[in-house]
Design a protein around this ligand. Structure first.
Ligand code: HEC
Length: 108
């Protein structure tokens, strides 16, 4: 009986360790760090990607004032990879939007 308890608690230990380490890996691998090497423009860099990748589901991201008002939630959804739902952006596309937001989301 003692042996069984020992084996059981060992299994529980291993299981909870696996769950914790899985969680750790998934959070670190889904957070994207942008490389902002050049100045990004709303009309040239950010807007076309938002139009083609987001507006189909979010008609509320159609204008500059709508996008700039939601800039921080747009940024986190891209960086943590939850958006665009059902597809992915390339690193260059993420940089275009995230670096534009990090520059203060100017109307340029
Ligand atoms: C296929 C449809 C679809 C596309 C494309 C899409 N979204 Fe979403 N988005 C959703 C849905 C549905 C939700 C509601 C939450 C959920 O179900 O995950 C959501 C939620 C969000 C939220 C959270 C809103 C809140 O209330 O906090 C943000 C921010 C967001 N989307 C940004 C974006 C951005 C930026 C893009 C483009 C890069 C994008 N989405 C593309 C469907 C989409």
């Amino acid at each position: 009986m003692k042996k069984l308890m020992l084996v059981l608690s060992l299994i529980v230990c291993i299981f909870s360790f696996a769950v914790v380490s899985c969680k750790k890996t998934s959070t670190s691998s889904t957070s994207y760090t942008p490389t902002c090497s050049s100045v990004k423009s709303y009309s040239i860099d950010a807007r076309p990607i938002i139009q083609s990748s987001c507006v189909g589901c979010h008609s509320s991201y159609s204008t500059y004032s709508q996008v700039s008002a939601s800039a921080s939630s747009i940024r986190s959804s891209i960086v943590n990879g939850t958006m665009p739902k059902g597809s992915t952006l390339t690193s260059a596309q993420k940089d275009n939007i995230v670096c534009w937001i990090d520059a203060g989301a100017p109307n340029n």
